[in-house]
Write a protein that binds this ligand. Structure first.
Ligand SMILES: Cc1cc2nc3c(=O)[nH]c(=O)nc-3n(C[C@H](O)[C@H](O)[C@H](O)COP(=O)(O)OP(=O)(O)OC[C@H]3O[C@@H](n4cnc5c(N)ncnc54)[C@H](O)[C@@H]3O)c2cc1C
Length: 329
């Protein structure tokens, strides 16, 4: 089959790789300039910093095995940092599960999986047109692509819903609310006084503090941190200016460290308007219209993590296999 895959994050890159390995002709569309989606990093004049998913916990045995295979291929490394939680009573050890990072940056596995696959970056698919022979894809600049036998959309649920709902209203049951997250990278002139490089915080402003320089395979002098602001704060402050965000981050950090923090040498911020689904208690699974040969899937299908993106991509691969079997006369 000729398959269009929308989105070159973890789910889309994995789907593209697996469909290509099954012998399908795959074309990948990505609205950003690069691959990785929410597993991304920013290369700055003062260093390279992960701004999306900071770490990949593997709670599922099969996914853990996959992570180890990627480690063997040099695409990932185990990160032995002991995660901590912080609340008003202080620091505690967090659940100890195997955890990894992709190296040298979080988008590395997406880059590797999509090598050799036809990829259009900087192309936002704006709508799909059904034809007797399959699907035509249109972008924001009124360019058309196709015809495709099947389309897989791996964008976050709200974007997927906007793109596919008119073509396949029956695929979507219910709503999924998503939350924003500010990520702020700070380079300090001295070490922060925190007891570990990975702290999940129950704080009204911050939800996670990560020492980027502590991760395996990164350059740096140990003083580059990414602060993840909690979803409520981020949602209420999407318009906050850079100075305001830095002030709020440093105040919260001082609160958590219980002492003044070192001076900031450099900073960079990114707002994830669609960071994660509000609740992952009842994820919808992957959405499939076998008859129309449309699939919608992402981390949101089964959770809200890199692990759930991997699991969703596996299910997409099986669905594509059964669609391909159906097309054989
Ligand atoms: C701040 C933050 C912290 C996180 N922390 C963790 C963590 O610690 N551990 C963990 O496991 N996970 C974490 N996650 C979640 C993790 O990043 C995601 O689960 C995973 O990256 C999702 O991959 P995906 O491919 O399903 O979606 P995405 O990465 O969102 O990929 C979808 C892609 O589709 C593209 N796209 C969207 N619409 C279109 C269109 N119309 N046309 C073309 N392209 C389009 C987007 O640009 C994007 O690249 C975090 C996420 C964020 C934002």
């Amino acid at each position: 089959m000729k398959i269009a895959i929308i989105g070159a994050g973890m789910t889309g890159s994995l789907c593209a790789h697996q469909a290509n390995a099954q012998g399908h002709q795959v074309v990948l569309f990505e609205k950003s300039r690069g691959r990785g989606g929410r597993c991304t990093h920013k290369r700055l004049s003062w260093g390279s910093v992960d701004m999306g998913a900071p770490v990949v916990p593997a709670t599922d045995a099969d996914f853990n095995h996959q992570m180890q295979l990627w480690c063997d291929q040099g695409l990932a490394q185990s990160w032995p940092a002991k995660p901590l939680t912080w609340d008003a009573n202080g620091f505690k050890a967090d659940r100890d599960v195997p955890q990894y990072v992709f190296v040298p940056a979080m988008n590395q596995v997406c880059k590797s999986l999509t090598q050799g696959i036809q990829l259009h970056t900087g192309v936002r698919v704006s709508h799909l047109q059904p034809l007797d022979s399959g699907w035509l894809l249109w972008d924001d600049d009124h360019n058309k692509y196709g015809v495709f036998d099947a389309v897989v959309c791996t964008a976050p649920w709200p974007q997927t819903h906007a793109l596919l709902h008119d073509n396949a209203p029956g695929m979507f049951v219910g709503e999924q609310q998503w939350q924003a997250c500010w990520a702020l990278a700070l380079a300090f002139d001295a070490p922060l006084s925190l007891p570990g490089p990975l702290v999940r915080a129950k704080h009204p402003v911050l939800q996670c503090l990560v020492n980027n320089s502590d991760k395996p395979g990164r350059d740096g002098d140990g003083n580059v941190w990414t602060l993840y602001f909690n979803h409520e704060f981020s949602q209420q402050h999407v318009d906050l200016d850079e100075g305001g965000l830095i002030r709020a981050g440093l105040e919260a950090l001082t609160d958590i460290c219980q002492q003044p923090v070192p001076s900031v040498l450099h900073h960079y911020r990114h707002l994830w308007r669609l960071a994660r689904p509000l609740s992952t208690e009842q994820p919808p699974g992957i959405l499939v219209s076998q008859q129309q040969r449309l699939i919608a899937a992402g981390d949101w299908s089964l959770g809200a993590s890199v692990q759930s993106a991997w699991q969703a991509a596996k299910q997409v691969t099986s669905s594509l296999q059964s669609m391909a079997v159906e097309t054989v006369p």
